[in-house]
Ligand binder design. Structure first.
Ligand code: NAD
Length: 342
């Protein structure tokens, strides 16, 4: 069984290239959203614990693999020098049930979230979009910029975080890019003139990080930080002006920005699930005046896509350690043999 550490994933990205990985992942996400019905899925079970939430994200397709990710969100972790979001995950064969890879997924989550919002941005943002506002310059932020750059000719990034050190870090990591970086005093200033607004804040509360009256026609919003019960980022009235796309209605109604609507209202307000745009069953943006909203919570299918791609590339480049996390036996009924104790 392959074990992929953080270092292995770094090595893999070095071999394959970050942009190539994100492009391949967008291709695979299209493939997997495109065969939505062939997946057995469920809204993720979440356990709300003091300080955060712990989530398990299982899914399988009817051909090859079962995957799950364990992920948390503890917004106050950075105060203790720890990350808000960390994750690990597993890929197993469905024909035998044997695990074939166990991997770090903190980086893979940032990559799959960037590739998913890039896909949504490609389907929903204006073709001539050039300016991105990033609200929340934490761990996910640079990946989000990279994703947007793959689908639009981005020239300017307007960024804001309530933590000035997080803004310093964002600038340090982005300053060598050719992008014009505009450090803003507040979210309203960041949003001003932006064609795409990406919110990736972490706060377990219903916070109006972005206000309705700041939103002008033609804007596309990727709302990523509202992703569990009682955790949203947009002023509620934005929802009634926007063409809303979600990943998986049954999960989004519990965790997304739409959690504040009644089930009936949400059914009426949500325009499409992502797979309907990917397959062309429904159109993405239809004119330059529409306000579009990708109300993202992150779903297990995205983790499936990234784990499968990572496994294929790890085999191609011979990356990762081979370890026996399941016993290797001459006689499959003789488990005692593996222990050498009898
Ligand atoms: P992080 O803690 O590293 O960064 C979050 C940043 O938001 C922090 O720097 C914090 O200071 C800032 N912030 C908090 N409130 C703010 C506000 N009102 N205005 C401006 N900035 C504010 O966390 P991260 O790993 O970057 O994750 C960010 C969010 O994205 C989390 O809420 C996480 O749950 C969510 N997330 C969603 C998905 C998805 O698929 N939708 C995937 C990964 C992470």
């Amino acid at each position: 069984m392959k074990i992929l550490s953080v270092e292995s994933v770094g090595e893999l990205l070095h071999c394959h290239g970050l942009d190539a990985f994100l492009m391949d992942l967008m291709r695979d996400l299209k493939r997997d959203f495109g065969r939505w019905e062939s997946f057995t899925k469920m809204p993720r079970p979440a356990m709300h614990v003091p300080g955060g939430v712990l989530e398990l994200m299982p899914i399988y397709d009817n051909e090859l693999y079962y995957t799950f990710k364990y992920v948390n969100c503890h917004p106050k972790n950075p105060l203790m020098g720890k990350q808000t979001v960390v994750a690990t995950g597993q890929l197993s064969r469905i024909d035998t049930g044997y695990p074939v890879m166990f991997s770090e997924m903190t980086i893979l989550t940032a990559l799959r979230t960037a590739a998913t919002s890039a896909l949504a941005t490609d389907l929903l943002a204006r073709k001539n979009a050039q300016t991105v506002a990033i609200i929340g310059t934490g761990a996910q932020s640079e990946f989000q910029v990279r994703g947007a750059q793959l689908v639009r000719d981005i020239k300017e990034i307007r960024y804001f975080d309530i933590d000035s050190k997080a803004m310093d870090k964002f600038y340090k990591n982005m300053k060598r890019s050719s992008l014009r970086l505009v450090r803003c005093k507040n979210a309203q200033e960041a949003v001003k003139g932006a064609d795409i607004i990406t919110t990736v804040t972490a706060c377990k509360a219903n916070v109006d990080v972005v206000k309705n009256h700041w939103i002008t026609p033609g804007v596309h919003i990727n709302a990523l930080g509202g992703d569990t019960v009682g955790k949203t980022e947009l002023e509620l009235s934005i929802l009634s002006r926007a063409k809303i796309v979600v990943e998986y209605f049954e999960q989004s109604i519990v965790e997304g920005e739409i959690q504040r609507l009644s089930g009936k209202e949400a059914k009426k307000r949500v325009y499409a699930q992502m797979h309907e745009l990917v397959t062309g069953k429904k159109k993405g943006r239809e004119n330059d005046q529409e306000i579009t909203l990708f109300d993202s919570v992150g779903i297990a299918l995205e983790d499936y896509s990234v784990l499968r791609l990572t496994y294929e590339l790890a085999q191609k480049y011979t990356i990762g350690e081979e370890r026996n996390l399941t016993p290797v036996l001459r006689d499959p009924k003789d488990l005692v043999e593996s222990l050498h104790i009898v």
